[in-house]
Design a protein around this ligand. Sequence first.
Ligand SMILES: C[S@@+](CC[C@H](N)C(=O)[O-])C[C@H]1O[C@@H](n2cnc3c(N)ncnc32)[C@H](O)[C@@H]1O
Length: 263
Amino acid sequence: MTNADWNPEQYGRFAAERAQPFHDLLALVQPEGVQRAVDLGCGPGGLTEFAAARLGLAQMVGIDNSPAMLKAAAAHAGGVVSFQHGDLAEWTSAGDVDLVFANASLQWVADHATVLSRWRAALAPGGQMAVQVPANAYMPSHTVADEVAHRQPYLAAMGGTVPPDPVAANVLEPEAYAQMLFDLGFEQQHVRLQVYPHVLGHSRDVVQWVRGTALTRFQKLLSPDLFEQFVAEYEATLLQRIGDRSPYFFPFRRVLLWGRLPR
Ligand SMILES: C[S@@+](CC[C@H](N)C(=O)[O-])C[C@H]1O[C@@H](n2cnc3c(N)ncnc32)[C@H](O)[C@@H]1O
């Protein structure tokens, strides 16, 4: 793995907390009539395999653009489950998919109206779309990262530009997704904002949480040593803001959306 890629081990450190919204999203899917599905931004693949078994699918294709995640996912391939390299922003198909599923991945790409219309075009009549995105860009875990990234020497090392927080830049209000589902012809829909009440051992654990997600964009641009320095400064600044506390209550806002086309 290069430092420009995802780290499935780091991502897996809060597997139980990260799995809860996945299970809530999966519960929105109506299993009846679902044979062929895709899991866009499938990550390390364990949840892809679980979804395929739970829904009794005939075919489940997990798609991701991270070589490290796909390598981890290979352990879950077999039977109806397979994995492919691909960009979820561009992905579409010829109206032959019953379920487009995307848990905690759409936030990484821009222009959700265009992306969701591509995904909708891939659906067969009666097809379903189920998507979950974090909506926590206003939290100190995110704002402090942006603040520290604007300090030197990090700003200069990144060429004078801080990469935007994808959640802040890309994730929309729940009602905007509801409108999109309506405009795309989904006959049924369910869109909700949910707060996940995570209890972490210590406020410092937030650093490990975002290291596997929100901080990866800095890891791609900084040398390994400078990235570690960045993480240490991020931790010190974050603890000044949120306190040095044990346990730490970490409320996490997410948008879940589901829609079904007419048959
Ligand atoms: C937070 S992880 C979620 C993984 C999995 N869906 C889960 O629920 O655990 C986000 C995943 O999206 C993938 N990803 C991000 N941008 C992508 C893109 N443009 N195309 C495909 N996959 C992408 C990442 O490689 C990563 O595996």
